[in-house]
Design a protein around this ligand. Structure first.
Ligand SMILES: Cc1cc2nc3c(=O)[nH]c(=O)nc-3n(C[C@H](O)[C@H](O)[C@H](O)COP(=O)(O)O)c2cc1C
Length: 351
């Protein structure tokens, strides 16, 4: 039986379990699944972004595998890359439970996890052990909630993780760590990126992994312009657009009133519009990773045509199950053929 069919049978039972417990079960299942090598994809899906070769442009977004426990299992499911994290220097437990909610009627999720993770050292040990395996693993870094010096936290994380990462994703856009998103402000961002770049250089010299910056969808046009300018000036590898939103488009689920970041279908149009804004502000000079509400090949294709060189998803896997990466990659191959594109790169920003 195909994965999608099995998942649609299992889903009602899974959805009766508390969302965070169900997520724990999914991680456990992936941890104990026999490790398979990443599947092969059509050459038309292969793409090179920020000097990295991706077998296909569909990645797992940060937050699913916060501790870097199952990147190879995710690659084995057909994701073209897996972003682990956010990881902070010290372990932290995050916000009180419940803090993760399925909004089934809206095909959405609200979370206020608050960077729960096992800390840098445990992740380093795990990620070191997988070095040399095929596939791109990005490492998403964050700061501890109670840190007296958040910039120093990001620098520490860059130093520890640069030797292990396909790319480093600097996450300053989680709505669940108070004050974190203020790091997106111009002067704070410059200082932060300089510290991260210096830390990467100190351990990797010229050969360090590219730095991706993950931004919020809740930004004003002036923020978009300033972030774009700084990203280009500091020669970042890519901007990841976007994290969850603190805004609340119309929702019908009973959990609609929960506080935290909203993701999934109701984020789709906002994230796509913000991606267009960044495409315009960067003039196509900076690769963009499109994320937010992508659930189908058509969604992924629209994001690529709007300017994304790569896409990511998380919430849709909750609703569609573990076959989603392969299904979207296959669908993309078909849509590229239909529209007459031989490579993903050719289609980026052509809407
Ligand atoms: C439960 C949950 C936890 C998340 N944790 C993180 C995180 O630790 N770091 C991060 O950068 N993004 C995190 N995200 C945001 C996702 O990476 C993604 O940007 C967002 O969910 C939008 O994509 P989606 O609509 O496909 O889920 C999290 C999302 C969810 C649903």
């Amino acid at each position: 039986m195909r994965r999608g069919v099995i998942y649609s049978l299992l889903r009602p039972a899974l959805f009766r379990i508390d969302a965070e417990k169900a997520h724990g079960l999914a991680l456990k299942a992936l941890k104990h699944a026999p490790t398979s090598r990443p599947p092969a994809f059509a050459p038309s899906l292969a793409t090179r972004v920020a000097g990295i070769d991706f077998a296909n442009p569909v990645g797992m977004a940060a937050g699913f595998d916060k501790d870097g426990e199952v990147p190879d299992a995710l690659l084995g499911l057909g994701f073209g890359f897996a972003e682990v994290g956010s990881i902070t220097p010290l372990p932290q437990s995050g916000n009180p439970k419940p803090r993760l909610f399925r909004l089934v009627e809206d095909r959405a999720v609200i979370n206020r996890m608050g960077f729960n993770n096992g800390g840098a050292q445990a992740a380093v040990d795990r990620l070191e052990a997988r070095l040399g395996r095929p596939g791109v693993v990005g490492i998403n870094i964050g700061a501890n909630k109670d840190s007296p010096d958040r910039v120093a936290d990001y620098a520490t994380m860059a130093r520890l993780m640069a030797p292990l990462a396909g790319y480093l994703a600097v996450n300053i856009s989680s709505p669940n760590t108070p004050g974190l998103r203020a790091l997106q402000d111009e002067s704070a961002l410059t200082g932060l990126l300089d510290a991260v770049i210096e830390a990467r250089g100190a351990v990797c010299g010229e050969d360090g992994p590219p730095i991706f910056l993950k931004v919020a969808p809740d930004l004003e046009p002036a923020d978009v312009d300033a972030i774009s300018r700084i990203a280009m000036d500091r020669k970042l590898g890519a901007l990841i657009v976007s994290n969850t939103t603190i805004s609340r488009p119309p929702l019908s689920s009973p959990h609609a009133g929960e506080s935290g970041g909203l993701s999934g279908a109701p984020l789709r149009d906002l994230a796509q519009q913000r991606l267009r804004d960044f495409r315009k502000a960067t003039g196509g000079a900076m690769p963009l990773v499109g994320v937010g509400g992508i659930a189908t090949a058509e969604d992924a294709w629209a994001r690529i045509r709007a300017g994304a060189s790569l896409v990511q998803l998380y919430s849709a896997m909750v609703y569609e199950g573990p076959g989603i990466a392969k299904a979207i990659a296959k669908g993309l191959e078909r849509l590229m053929k239909r529209d007459g594109f031989a490579t993903v790169a050719e289609a980026v920003g052509t809407e």
